[in-house]
Write a protein that binds this ligand. Structure first.
Ligand SMILES: Cc1cc2nc3c(=O)[nH]c(=O)nc-3n(C[C@H](O)[C@H](O)[C@H](O)COP(=O)(O)OP(=O)(O)OC[C@H]3O[C@@H](n4cnc5c(N)ncnc54)[C@H](O)[C@@H]3O)c2cc1C
Length: 423
C-alpha cells in the first residue's frame, strides 16, 4: 500500500499545449506518478508593455486563451481532475505550488526561444532547491527533433533543403491518446476573472475564433469533412476574404489546442476516404514550414531578435499600425489585424515587407506589434517569418521585396478585400 509520504506527485505545466490528446507531458506524468496536478500560470509579463511599446498579449489572444483554459478545465474535470490556475512570476509561483502539493517532479513543454528558455531555466533552478526535478518534452512540431537526420545545430540554411532531407525520411510519431482518467488531488473550481479580455466582434472577421480543443476539432471537421475545402487548399490559400480560403488552424495550433500531429493524422485519414491531391499535400507542406521556423529558433536563437540598421521612428510606425499609410492594400490588411486579430498569410507578407523595405522601419517593431495583436501569435512562426522577410533569417536571398501594387492587382483584382475593410 502507498502511504501519503511515498505518493509520487507531479505538476503538469500547461503552456502552449492546452490539450489533453497528444500531450506527452501529461501522458508521461500519469504513467510515472500516483497523482498529477495540472496547472496554468499566467505570467505577469504577458500583460505588460515591452520595450517596443506594445503589450505582449493583446485582447484577442487573451480572450482566446481564457476560452482555451475553460475548455481544458472542463476536459480535465470530465477525467476526474481539474486545472489549477495561478498568476504572477512563474519562477516564484511554481516552486510555491510544488510545496503546496508536495510534488517531486514537474513535466513541461520544452522551450526553444530565448525568453521562454530563460524562464524555464529560472523555474528549474527554483525547483531544484526543493529537490523537485523537471522533465521537458517537445509538444509543438510535426517532427521530433531527435528523429531528424541531422542535429538541430546543423539545420539546413534554406527551407527546401530541410524539406528534401526530411519529408520522405522522417516518420511522424503517433498521437498520444487522450487519458480517460486523471488521478489528482481535489482541485477547486476554475476562476479566470483576472483575465479581462473583452473584444468587440467585427462581422467582417474571417471566422469567429473560439479557444479550446473542442472548437479546434469542430473547425477541422468543418474544413475537412463538411465543406471539403481541404481538397482545394492549394488553389485558395492565397485568398484574403472569408473562412474557407485557408484552414485558419493557426490560433489553435499556437495555443496548442490541437497538435500538428493530430492534423497530420487527420489529413492521412481524409486522403484514404476522399483521395489525396496536391492540396492535401500542401497543408502538410505548410506545417513543415511551421516546423522549420521552430527548429530555426532553436538553432538561431538570439540572432532573430537583433537590431537592424533601419530606424525606429514612432511617427512612421504609427502610420502603419493605425492603417494610415495611404497604401490601400496595406491599410486594408492592417485594419483587419487591428479589428480582428487576424490577417491572411498574403497580407502578412506584404505588410511586413512594406514596413521594412518601403517605410524602412526596424522589423522588430513590426514583429512586436504582431505579437500583441495576433490571435495566433507563436514565437517561432512570428519572429521567424519577420526575420526571414527582413533578410535576417537564414535565407540566402537577403531582400524579399513585395511590390504591393502588383500584389494587390494579383490577389485583390476587383478590390473586394480593400473595399471590405476601407469601405
Ligand atoms: C510576418 C509574418 C508573421 C507571421 N506570424 C505568425 C504567427 O505568429 N503565428 C502563426 O501561426 N503564423 C504566423 N505566420 C504564418 C502564416 O501567415 C499563418 O500561419 C497563417 O496565415 C495562418 O492562417 P491559416 O491557419 O489559415 O494557414 P494555412 O494556410 O491554412 O496553413 C496551415 C498551417 O500551416 C502553418 N503555416 C502556414 N504558413 C506558415 C508560415 N509562413 N510560417 C509558419 N507556419 C505556417 C500554420 O500553422 C497554419 O495554421 C506569419 C507569417 C508572416 C509572413
Amino acid at each position: 500500500m502507498t502511504t501519503l509520504s511515498e505518493k509520487k506527485i507531479a505538476l503538469v505545466w500547461f503552456k502552449t499545449n492546452l490539450r489533453l490528446r497528444d500531450n506527452e507531458c501529461l501522458t508521461r506524468a500519469l504513467a510515472e506518478n500516483d497523482e498529477v496536478v495540472p496547472f496554468y500560470c499566467l505570467d505577469d509579463l504577458l500583460l505588460q508593455t515591452t520595450s517596443y511599446g506594445f503589450k505582449k498579449a493583446g485582447a484577442f489572444r487573451l480572450k482566446f486563451l481564457k476560452e482555451s483554459l475553460q475548455c481544458l478545465d472542463q476536459g480535465l474535470r470530465t477525467a476526474g481532475s481539474g486545472l489549477v490556475f495561478i498568476a504572477g512570476a512563474p519562477e516564484k509561483e511554481i516552486p510555491e505550488l510544488a510545496i503546496t502539493y508536495g510534488a517531486q517532479t514537474l513535466y513541461a513543454e520544452k522551450e526553444v526561444a530565448p525568453e521562454e528558455l530563460s524562464l524555464q531555466e529560472k523555474v528549474i533552478t527554483g525547483l531544484s532547491r526543493l529537490n523537485c526535478s523537471v522533465k521537458t518534452f517537445e509538444c509543438r512540431n510535426l517532427f521530433h527533433s531527435s528523429d531528424l537526420p541531422f542535429p538541430t545545430a546543423q539545420l539546413p540554411e534554406i527551407f527546401t533543403e530541410f524539406k528534401r532531407k526530411t519529408e520522405d525520411v522522417v516518420t511522424v510519431r503517433p498521437v498520444f491518446p487522450k487519458p480517460v482518467f486523471i488521478r489528482s488531488p481535489s482541485i477547486k473550481s476554475l476562476d479566470l476573472s483576472i483575465i479581462e479580455a473583452e473584444v468587440e466582434a467585427d462581422p467582417r472577421a474571417v471566422l469567429v475564433f473560439k479557444g479550446g480543443s473542442d472548437a479546434a476539432h469542430e473547425r477541422l471537421q468543418n474544413y475537412f469533412y463538411q465543406t471539403k475545402a481541404l481538397s482545394n487548399y492549394k488553389h485558395t490559400r492565397n485568398g484574403l476574404v472569408g473562412e474557407s480560403y485557408s484552414s485558419k488552424f493557426s490560433a489553435w495550433l499556437a495555443a496548442g489546442c490541437i497538435s500538428a500531429r493530430e492534423i497530420y493524422e487527420e489529413v492521412k485519414k481524409y486522403e484514404i476516404i476522399f483521395g489525396g491531391n496536391e492540396s492535401t499535400y500542401w497543408l502538410i507542406y505548410e506545417l513543415l514550414w511551421r516546423d522549420y521556423f521552430g527548429f530555426c529558433m532553436e538553432k538561431n536563437n538570439l540572432r532573430y531578435f537583433r537590431r537592424s540598421s533601419l530606424h525606429s521612428s514612432t511617427a512612421v510606425l504609427d502610420l502603419w499600425v493605425e492603417a494610415r499609410t495611404g497604401n490601400t492594400f496595406i491599410d486594408a490588411n492592417m485594419t483587419e489585424l487591428k479589428l480582428t486579430g487576424f490577417m491572411s498569410n498574403r497580407g502578412r507578407q506584404n505588410v511586413a515587407s512594406y514596413l521594412c523595405n518601403d517605410l524602412k522601419v526596424d522589423w522588430r517593431y513590426g514583429a512586436a506589434y504582431f505579437e500583441q495583436q495576433l490571435i495566433d501569435y507563436d514565437v517561432c512562426s512570428n519572429w521567424g517569418n519577420w526575420a526571414y522577410l527582413a533578410g535576417i533569417g537564414n535565407d540566402p536571398r537577403s531582400n524579399r521585396y513585395f511590390n504591393t501594387a502588383k500584389q494587390a492587382a494579383a490577389y485583390d483584382p476587383e478590390g473586394t478585400f480593400q473595399q471590405l475593410w476601407l469601405g
